[in-house]
Write a protein that binds this ligand. Sequence first.
Ligand SMILES: C[S@@+](CC[C@H](N)C(=O)[O-])C[C@H]1O[C@@H](n2cnc3c(N)ncnc32)[C@H](O)[C@@H]1O
Length: 216
Amino acid sequence: MAKTMSHPLFARLYPRINAFAEAHGSLEHRRELLEGARGRVVEIGAGTGANFRHYGPGVVQVIAVEPEPRLRALAERAAEAASVPVDVLPGWAEELPVEDHSADVVVASLVLCTIADVPAALAEAARVLKPTGELRFYEHLRSNRPGFFRLQRLLNPLWRRLGGGCNLTRDTERAIARAGFTIEQVRHFDFLINGRAGPASPSVIGIARPPRARTP
Ligand SMILES: C[S@@+](CC[C@H](N)C(=O)[O-])C[C@H]1O[C@@H](n2cnc3c(N)ncnc32)[C@H](O)[C@@H]1O
């Protein structure tokens, strides 16, 4: 795995893209994702720290891992304004700098579309979660409509290039289940901007429980 990441164009664009998305509904999605989260939280690929303001008083600590230096600098600023303690760390979802079974919540928002090795990242999420913990996810998905999926596949190479490695074609919900998580709550929706669908519209917000630790 590469030890550094640099996506200067995406890092410059993402705060604006995110502000636009938040003005059109993703602010509410982030609230929904994090409502009722408690205890020690690990956020993977925290970007600009857009989730930080949604952590409520039940959260005692957030460890936010972000590999991209420019985005991480923005996350550090957002951490200062958060109402709960947030530690922003460099690192990768595939190698979390967090002890085994020490987190109550792992948060993945708009990130499993981009992470290079999703099974490794989900295995890490399972490793760091307590047995009673939860994976909270908010992701865009490949469409289950064949025509729409064909369009996503067609656009994907350009989308990846402009979107810092983001993929339109991932079946992320299935990847979570394949990693052994039990999906307990899930809401599918099309994220529409001004009533219109875009290539990343098919979306999901959910909560999954980690796989049970195997006894030797
Ligand atoms: C679309 S942004 C989403 C940021 C943030 N989670 C949000 O909800 O706004 C995707 C993020 O994933 C990060 N990322 C990419 N590969 C990663 C990896 N292997 N581990 C952790 N983060 C990664 C990128 O640097 C970027 O910040």
